[in-house]
Design a protein around this ligand. Sequence first.
Ligand code: ADP
Length: 470
Amino acid sequence: MKPLRILFLASEADPFVKVGGLGDVAGSLPYALQSLGQDLDVRLVIPFHPSIRAEGLTLVRETVFTIPHYGREVPAQVFCTDVKGLPVYLISGAPVTGSLKVYDPNPKADGEKYVFFSMAALEMARRLEWRPDVVHANDWHTAPAVYAVRRMQNDPFWQGVKTVFSVHNLGYMGAEAENALLAYGLPPVEEPLLPEWARRQPMGQALWAADAIVAVSPSYAEEIQTPEYGYGLETYLQAHSEKITGIVNGIDYSLWNPAKDSALEANFDVTRLEERARNKANLQAQFGLTELPDAPLLAMVTRFDFQKGVDIALNALRMVTAQPWQAILLGTGNATLEEAARLLEAHFHHRVAAVIRFDARLSRQIYGGADILLMPSRYEPCGLAQMIAMRYGAIPLARATGGLRDTIADGRTGFLFTEPSPSVMAAAIRRAIHAYRNRETWQAMQRAAMAEDFSWEKSARQYADLYQSL
Ligand code: ADP
């Protein structure tokens, strides 16, 4: 039997480019699928973003073609490289090279870029005469490919090709891509159960077109079918619940390993937890925080976005200032939230450090040295930071939603709270600080958290089974 061919599309993939969790997923799931030992031929396709540095990559120019855009033709170039045995295609063209950021601050430019990319990724397969069995797209950026495959079912090349659409974040639907969709030949979908506006957007179209929809955790799979998290698409999703599954993301255990992580001052594993103290001291020294043996070091590593509840955390911290704690807040994004974090630092000097940047190395030092990772997300489809934290012995304190609820056991591997309010989060922080005071309880929690298995293997197998079933 010939191997099952999977064309895996994403807007970002580590180590080429990473902005958030999707970069982690697209940079690790394809490898995990390859290593299952099942007969899968997986190929990853991402845009050749200007921030991807070509030096150090062995690039082969594969093919050049054009994509129709209204009356004119937009040239596309495809380059191929090989990373640990996985073929990775990078697609270039004016809509990609003209946009400096992976997610352009100008949403119209983003729309042009990603619809172009989605169409070019499909055309690439045809040019290379590599007919996939399954096209697997992720989030709105590559959603147009799912819709296009469905629309091309009369084309002998695409006939019978199945699609999987992973929803990492339903909140971002690609609303501004509407004109680009029309320009690249994708008209509104005719589906009465979808709200009128959703028929003209990448997310709505892919949810309609996909043979299978994957939400990135079992809880999120249920949540998106409710008004609270469904953004108006819940009626459609409820009616098609038979094609929705929840598969939790994994993390790459070779990339996230406290025993080998070169960013850490001191490496450790579950048998050498006391080594973490050096990492904590290193963080305190770097950020001018006083060394206080009894105070837990709280941390956030996140996009500064209201989704992530950064405001909830900042207000909650102000409510528990009578308790001993210190905090490091690493993140960038929304200017109001950045300012609020800086203000907390200004009010609580030597106690709070607001580090407003994206810093992969520092994030590792935080996971390896902080005591508690705060994740008060308003919604969290899966969340990776809590899994990384647990792998590094930092205990997550999180809102019980989506993937956080599915991966954290309250009182055993972390602390969960329900209502997204500062006072309820403050109560959870008090509870955590109380537990922290008892060294044995705390170490038992750390050991339990570190013993959890968040590696990709199990989830990759679920994806492989899904491909097979299609
Ligand atoms: P999301 O994908 O919604 O941003 P996740 O928790 O799934 O959230 O993934 C976030 C990923 O991005 C994690 O690997 C986290 O460590 C990383 N990250 C977020 N903000 C920063 C930052 N400022 N510096 C370094 N890494 C960050």
